[in-house]
Ligand binder design. Structure first.
Ligand code: NAP
Ligand code: ZN
Length: 350
């Protein structure tokens, strides 16, 4: 066991602050990583503030958009070398035996995936602690190769915001000829715009924030519409093949289902603390579907990282020191994020 510096919260009400946590020595199949950057996902905030049905175990150390360098490897590690640049995303283990794990859907492991933080380890002995820390030790099967071609601070958010939007775009085969709407221009939303546009879709940004219009254009959106204007919403009825909903707070799914074409699919990615009701009429008139998607499997995450390296796609980020994290949370909740906060972990080592 080794003591490492981390940042986390001791209760739902407390601010994040310095903590010392233990990381185990790398086992034969493990990779020890010195964390260079970690993105700040809205899921970190939901978890720290215990907004998802009381599931948080304290102290919690969030962070699942990790990039860093390999510092040590176990003697059976074959895919990574010391000094290599690597990434870790939203989960660090799964059973490996169920149909979903065998088919590359580790995130849907039938025995329950082990999330990067706030999850019971598979031996049942510890609660996982995430990337707001100087080091992490992860089984090599859950570590990703990261290209040195791209700026690492801007790659970190690909490990969650990137794969969470890439996976449904691929699953539903979004491509040229499709009209795609993205709801909510934050961390996930801005990656959905970039990736959707790169796959050839005609992308409309649906936002409640008029000041984000120019940024949406720069990110590659073809249109920008305000959701706060009922006339606008009416005008768009029946317009889209797909809607990707990334909103983190309670909102009415029915408003968006009406914007789908016949056979259209609304893919829910955001996880507001409170549920939304769906009226059956909004599905049966036009044979519409509402679906969800959780991050992506390991092979698909590697595919996404390689796709982004090839197409020069990274996240738009604001790099912060760790002691700004509580302010960053407040700004994220207000929607004042352009478009992902990323912690420079050197600030934790000081
Ligand atoms: P984020 O950066 O905070 O972005 C959320 C965006 O939603 C905001 O920028 C804002 O965009 C919009 N929004 C926020 N509050 C709103 C409100 N009250 N009414 C209407 N719109 C509102 O969050 P994120 O990191 O992208 O995460 C988004 C959600 O996805 C979170 O719930 C997170 O937990 C979840 N998530 C899910 C997965 C998955 O696997 N499915 C993975 C990661 C995260 P505008 O200002 O443009 O309206
Ligand atoms: Zn996330």
């Amino acid at each position: 066991m080794k003591n490492v510096k981390a940042y986390g919260a001791k209760s739902a009400e407390s601010k994040l602050d310095n903590l010392i946590i233990k990381r185990h020595e790398p086992d034969s199949g493990d990779v020890e990583i010195e964390i260079l950057y970690c993105g700040v996902c809205h899921s970190d905030i939901h978890t720290v503030r215990n907004e998802w049905g009381g599931s948080t175990v304290y102290p919690v150390v969030p962070g699942h958009e990790i990039v860093g360098k390999v510092t040590r490897i176990g003697n059976k590690v074959s895919k990574f070398k010391v000094g290599e640049t690597v990434g870790v995303g939203c989960f660090v283990d799964s059973c490996g035996n169920c149909d979903n794990c065998k088919n590359g859907y580790e995130q849907y492991c039938l025995e329950g995936v082990t999330a990067t933080y706030n999850s019971l380890t598979r031996d049942g002995k510890e609660i996982t602690k995430g990337g707001y820390s100087t080091h992490i030790v992860v089984r090599e099967d859950f570590v990703l190769h990261v290209s040195d071609k791209l700026p690492l601070h801007a790659v970190a958010p690909l490990l969650c915001a990137g794969i969470t939007t890439y996976s449904p775009l691929r699953h539903w085969g979004v491509k040229k000829g499709h009209k795609l709407a993205v709801v909510g221009l934050g961390g996930l939303g801005h990656m959905a715009v970039k990736l959707g546009a790169s796959m050839g879709a005609e992308v409309t940004m649906l936002s409640r924030s008029p000041e984000k219009q120019k940024d949406a254009d720069d990110l590659g959106a073809h249109h920008f519409e305000l959701t706060s204007n009922p006339e606008n919403m009416k005008k768009m009825a029946g317009s889209f093949d797909f809607i990707i909903d990334t909103v983190s707070a309670k909102h009415d799914y029915n408003d968006y289902l009406q914007l789908l074409k016949t056979n259209g699919v609304m893919i829910v990615l955001g996880v507001p603390p409170e549920p939304s009701n769906v009226h059956a009429f909004n599905l049966i008139f036009g044979r519409k579907s509402i679906a969800g998607s959780l991050v992506g499997g390991i092979a698909e995450t590697q595919e996404m990282l390689d796709y982004c390296a090839k197409h020069n796609i990274v996240s738009d980020v604001e790099v912060i020191d760790i002691d700004y994290i509580n302010d960053a949370y407040e700004r994220t909740i207000k929607g004042d994020v352009h478009y992902r906060f990323v912690i420079d972990m050197a600030s934790l080592k000081k």
